[in-house]
Design a protein around this ligand. Structure first.
Ligand code: SF4
Length: 858
């Protein structure tokens, strides 16, 4: 085993990265080697066991904790590890499988062991329900009382150094915008759980020799800070932050292949990226970075809010936000701070003490007397209060949490680190949409192992080939509730979601709440009548178009203005939309860098949607989807809402950071996003006749209506000279389109149909040709996302179909002529999947919770 491991170390060393952490099998072998160490290998074996096994609830940590528990309890005797040392080592495992053994060791007759267990538990935060065991034991066991008092005194926090007054760093600057694909390319998504390996991809498409540049900066003797004009756009990828921290953070004792801390400075830092940085113990600061250049040595004065150069001159100023940042940095991140602060509060309460004053407590600074917006009311409801003001810290209840496959492995690892053995969020769902069509061996492995991990904790696992996460997750939602998801397009059409990095998603799923600093809102109000030939996708693009006219948005990255950045986009004036249509609007709020989005809808379309979704749930349970209890509970909650439907509404005097009015009467031609920026929107006539090489109709931005509309256009116009890709969002859409004969049209005109899922949108599977000019219905057109050097226009499926036949963007007249017939067949074309009315999804005797052994109150 050691020989094989050394070979692995050498292979990884050749790539400039550390070996992988120990798995369960290797850890079990290490245990045997510790019992009988080969000559001269004792130190090496012990070092591997102590430092290279992941903590939490990993299978390897289970093996490690069980062995240490036996040694500490003197059930097993080994030369190398004394009972006290075994207890100490249990204390380095952060939570999970080490907690119960440590609590048992408080009863040890060996007082040195019991005292060591006190020290270990005092610094352990991930104890969850085991907290009650300590409280109970403290009534009769003095060591347990010492643990409780230590938690109450926040020794876990006070024993760590405060955030420094001054932080001197060397600057590593990336000019312009760095988006999620620059930091964590989709093409290397498979390597994301292997942090050091994946980090090698960081900024590869942007510059040469990233490692060499950072190494030369490190040689100056200071830590290196990541600096950028616009940082982390579009990112829900914890992997992006993991890579940044791999280069700019610090090792974590006893945790292999992971780092934390570091400094990120950005003119604008995308909200999810900012939160992920906070959660990971990094110090993210939004400030003017104009005067900072690679190689500069600067000193950050976080409390004073300024940055000085080597001459002592102030080169930038900032306001440290949120207020709790010094505590977050001290605690090693926002997540440990929240969990630890909660543990301290509970312990003080149990001891009859006042709340601790050692923490900076989040405060509601707003003196506002005006009403609440719809989003503020939804979040308020999830916190058990009427509304939440912008800037206020809160922890809304997470009703629905989504996880997709390319971030799923990292989310799973974060859940393990949080010692999660069951979800507290009502419904957690895992999809396999990003990797199903063209899986790598590593994806197949995940597709086999992740469903069990999720369902054994009470979550719902989809299957490869089912389709795009959002098209499914949206169908499991409850009105006016709050959720999150490890995909930046988790943007609920009913209720509200705050998409997050995988660390925070794991937190939301595990603890059932999520930390949130309530953002301000921007209201977009539509009025007037939709004009002929105009689609919802044109309204999606009308939002940035109008914002540019109103001076709220600029396309230029330097000094970029974006009113939506980090705020909630609230949309009114389209109450008649179906939920499927509303999602097209909310989904695209990701491209605005908005933190969340709500669409005001009428009661009728919501009831219709829920009825359809209840039928789908029955069909899922009938077809063996797990966890059946979670699914049936959700179905029953939907019925309960239908029985007493009540929708929240914004107050008339609610306050918004801006109100953008869009008059539908003035939109008379399609609006498209131009290469390669979703904000760079133009009227179609401004780019007419641009040659198009490839066309993609797919992604979560589409629903069945788009495929019928495109089918009708293709049927009318004939063969396509371009390469046309068609990938419906779910297998239900695909099946229906086949039954209605649309696949025969696609086949006849020469289109290439793909497995339902993300397909080209993700860019990690099939790709367009290098340098191709593409017209796509997908969400975003960041450089290189769909193909290397591709120039991508984004717009409606109807326009995409016309482009695919003409091989160019049409003139307004050509477009109007091509889509005119759709106006006469609206009812047939734009008809959504109403599962409760479809024979294929009818379940004769739907199951109830009581049928599967769940006790239900009468
Ligand atoms: S279709 Fe595209 S935007 Fe939507 S979930 Fe998949 S990769 Fe993300």
């Amino acid at each position: 085993m050691l020989e094989a491991y050394r070979q692995h170390v050498a292979e990884r060393e050749a790539e400039g990265i550390p070996p992988l952490p120990m798995d369960a099998e290797q850890t079990a072998k290490l245990v045997e080697l510790i019992k009988n160490p080969p000559a001269g290998e004792a130190d090496f074996v012990l070092d591997l066991f102590v430092n290279r096994v992941p903590p939490g609830v990993d299978e390897a940590s289970y093996v490690k904790a069980s062995f240490l528990a036996d040694v500490a309890a003197e059930k097993t005797k080994v030369e190398m590890i004394s009972p006290v040392k075994a207890t100490f080592l249990l204390g380095t495992m952060l939570g999970g499988y080490n907690v119960l053994p440590l609590i048992e060791l408080l009863d040890s007759a060996n007082t040195d062991v019991a005292e060591e267990a006190v020290k270990a538990l005092s610094k352990t935060l991930l104890v969850y329900d085991a907290y009650h065991d300590v409280v109970e034991k403290s009534k009769t066991n003095d060591y347990a009382m010492q643990v409780l008092k230590s938690w109450a005194e926040a020794e876990w926090f006070l024993s760590k150094p405060k955030m420094p007054e001054q932080i001197t760093v060397s600057v590593f600057k990336v000019e312009g915008e760095t988006n999620t694909d620059d930091l964590s390319p989709a093409t290397a998504a498979w390597s994301r759980p292997d942090i050091p390996l994946h980090a090698k991809e960081m900024l590869k498409s942007r510059m040469d020799d990233v490692d060499g540049t950072i190494a030369s900066l490190e040689a100056k003797g200071h830590p290196v800070a990541y600096v950028g004009d616009v940082v982390g756009t579009g990112s829900s990828r914890k992997s992006a932050m993991n890579s940044v921290m791999w280069f700019f953070g610090n090792d974590i004792p006893y945790v292999p292949n992971k780092r934390q801390g570091g400094v990120v400075l950005g003119g604008k830092i995308a909200p999810i990226f900012f939160n992920t940085a906070e959660d990971s113990g990094s110090l993210p600061i939004e400030c003017d970075v104009e005067k900072l250049n690679t190689g500069d040595v600067i000193t950050i004065h976080p409390y004073e809010g300024k940055i000085t150069n080597e001459a002592g001159e102030t080169v930038s100023t900032f306001e440290l936000a949120p207020d709790t940042m010094p505590d977050e940095v001290r605690a090693g991140g926002r997540v440990p701070l929240i969990i630890g602060r909660g543990l301290t509060d509970k312990s003080r309460e149990a001891l009859g003490l006042e709340p601790s004053d050692v923490f900076i407590r989040p405060t509601d600074k707003s003196q506002a007397a005006h009403g609440y917006t719809l989003a503020q009311k939804m979040v308020g409801k999830a916190c058990g209060i009427e509304g939440v003001r912008p800037g206020m810290y809160c922890e809304p209840r997470m009703t629905t949490v989504g996880s997709q496959d390319t971030t799923g492995a990292m989310t799973r690892d974060e859940m393990k680190e949080l010692a999660c053995l069951g979800f507290s969020a009502d419904l957690v769902m895992q999809s396999f949409c990003h990797t199903a069509a063209y899986p790598k061996p590593v994806d197949i492995k995940l597709q086999h192992s992740l469903p069990d991990f999720i369902t054994s904790r009470g979550g719902v696992a989809l299957r490869p080939g089912d389709g795009v996460i959002h098209s499914w997750l949206n169908r499991l939602l409850l009105p006016d509730t709050v959720g999150t998801g490890g995909d930046s397009h988790t943007r609920f059409p009913i209720g509200i979601s705050f998409p997050a990095g995988s660390g925070l998603v794991a937190f939301g799923a595990t603890l059932g709440v999520m930390p949130l600093n309530m953002p301000e809102s921007v209201l977009v109000r539509f009025k007037g009548e939709m004009q002929p030939g105009i689609t919802l996708r044109d309204l999606v693009n009308a939002i940035p178009y109008q914002a540019i006219q109103d001076g709220h948005l600029t396309v230029e990255k330097k000094g970029k203005k974006n009113i939506f950045n980090g705020r909630v986009l609230e949309i009114e004036g389209l109450e008649h939309l179906k939920a499927e249509q509303a999602f097209e609007l909310s989904d695209a709020s990701a491209e605005r860098s908005a933190n969340g989005c709500v669409v005001k809808l009428g009661e009728e379309p919501i009831i219709e949607y829920l009825k359809s979704n209840m039928a789908l749930i029955d069909w899922m349970v009938e077809n063996g989807y797990q966890d059946a209890r979670t699914l049936l509970r959700r179905r029953d909650e939907m019925q309960a809402w239908i029985d007493n439907p009540k929708l929240l509404e914004s107050d008339p005097d609610a306050d918004y950071a801006a109100v953008i009015e869009i008059d539908l009467n003035t939109i008379k031609e399609p609006i498209v996003a131009c290469p390669n920026d979703p904000d760079d929107v133009k009227l179609m006539s401004e780019v007419q006749n641009t040659k198009i090489d490839e066309v993609f109709i797919g992604s979560c931005m589409t629903n069945i209506g788009h495929y019928r509309a495109a089918g009708k256009v293709l049927e009318q116009m004939g063969n396509v000279p371009t390469r046309l890709w068609i990938a419906p969002p779910t297998k239900m859409d695909e099946r229906q389109l086949i039954e209605e004969g649309y696949y025969s049209i696609y086949g006849k005109v020469g289109a290439r149909t793909e497995m339902p899922g993300c397909s080209l949108c993700m860019g990690n599977q099939a790709r367009v040709a290098d340098g191709a000019t593409v017209f796509s219905t997908s969400t975003r057109n960041f450089p290189n996302r769909l193909g290397n050097g591709a120039n991508v226009y984004l717009g409606s499926a109807e326009l995409a179909a016309v482009c695919s036949v003409l091989g160019r963007i049409p003139t307004v007249q050509e477009y109007m002529d091509a889509v005119a017939m759709l106006d006469t067949m609206t009812g047939e074309v734009y008809r959504y999947l109403q599962f409760d009315e479809m024979a294929d999804y009818k379940v004769e005797s739907p199951k109830n919770l009581s049928d599967i052994g769940v006790a239900v109150a009468s």
